[in-house]
Ligand binder design. Structure first.
Ligand code: SF4
Length: 288
């Protein structure tokens, strides 16, 4: 049985995956909007300890098909280390189909074309990447430490090698002041990326987040309007889209390009319904 050091996070789509922690915390940990690993000092797990856990877990879960390697930005691990882990997982879990990780633009671009191709062959599959916004200005204000053009390039290169990028953006991240810029530049960045998987989450202030000076939270209505306007600007050729995280006022799911108009119709109906809070954030989850 894998043993975990709390806090442990995984994307919603990894609910049924076998999870191993090969590192603890986030190597960046500077993003103002993210409280996930604040207070956790980043460290790599000892390789021997991790490999021993793989062997032990293979006795309990020999049929495991999907594995998620935690914690934050596991793509930053040195190539040799990632390869060692993937080789071991492939030999220990005969039915393994995919190994998924969190990634950042720069950690993907750190790997050469040959390395990306080799990782793909070893069943590295989905890279979860937080674009958050296509606005360089907002990225700087929230201390993301990544550049929009680096993330665009990273997604394109990873997908050229058959890896799937699952890209996330955050509604309301620019607050009221930068809402229009957030909408315009996020749609533009996503159109360049053409991610295979895309999800929208809403930024909600939680403990351990401290936004930039002058940040004013968008209302529930404005958050839905941002989503509607970003979707209207998307020209995606083959993308599965989800906005079903509990931070979103309206759960949505669809495929681009076929369901784009359906998504817009649903959002327009919601905006016209009078049910959305125009003065405050509306019903927000107690924790994310
Ligand atoms: S958003 Fe990602 S990169 Fe930024 S602090 Fe959180 S886990 Fe780390």
């Amino acid at each position: 049985m894998p043993e975990y050091k709390e806090p442990l996070f995984r994307p919603p789509a990894e609910a049924d995956s076998l999870i191993f922690q090969v590192a603890y915390g986030c190597p960046h940990n500077t993003c103002r909007f993210c409280g996930m690993y604040k207070g956790v000092r980043y460290s790599l797990r000892g390789m021997e300890e991790a490999l021993a856990e793989f062997i032990k877990s293979a006795e309990y879960y020999p049929e495991a098909r999907r594995i998620f390697l935690a914690d934050g930005d596991v793509m930053l691990l040195p190539f040799a280390m990632l390869k060692t882990y993937l080789v071991a997982l492939n030999s220990l879990f005969p039915r393994l189909t995919r190994v998924n990780v969190y990634a950042n633009g720069s950690s993907i671009l750190d790997k050469s074309d040959e390395e990306l191709a080799e990782l793909k062959k070893l069943r590295l599959n989905t890279l979860y990447l937080g674009l958050e916004t296509g606005s360089p200005k907002i990225l700087e204000l929230v201390n993301k430490g990544e550049k929009v053009n680096v993330m665009i390039e990273a997604v394109k290169r990873a997908q050229q090698h058959g890896l799937r990028c699952s890209v996330m953006f955050l509604l309301g991240l620019g607050g009221k002041e930068y809402s229009a810029e957030h909408v315009r530049l996020t749609a533009a960045a996503l159109n360049e990326m053409q991610p295979i998987l895309l999800s929208a989450l809403r930024f909600v202030e939680v403990p351990n987040t401290r936004m930039f000076d002058g940040f004013k939270t968008v209302s529930e209505y404005e958050a839905v309007k941002e989503l509607r306007d970003i979707i209207a600007g998307l020209e995606l050729r083959k993308t599965i889209f989800r906005a079903n995280h509990r931070s979103n006022p309206i759960p949505l799911e669809g495929r681009f390009p076929n369901n784009k108009q359906d998504l817009l119709d649903l959002l327009d109906a919601q905006l016209a319904s009078g049910e959305l809070d125009k003065n405050g954030p509306g019903m927000t989850p107690l924790f994310l």
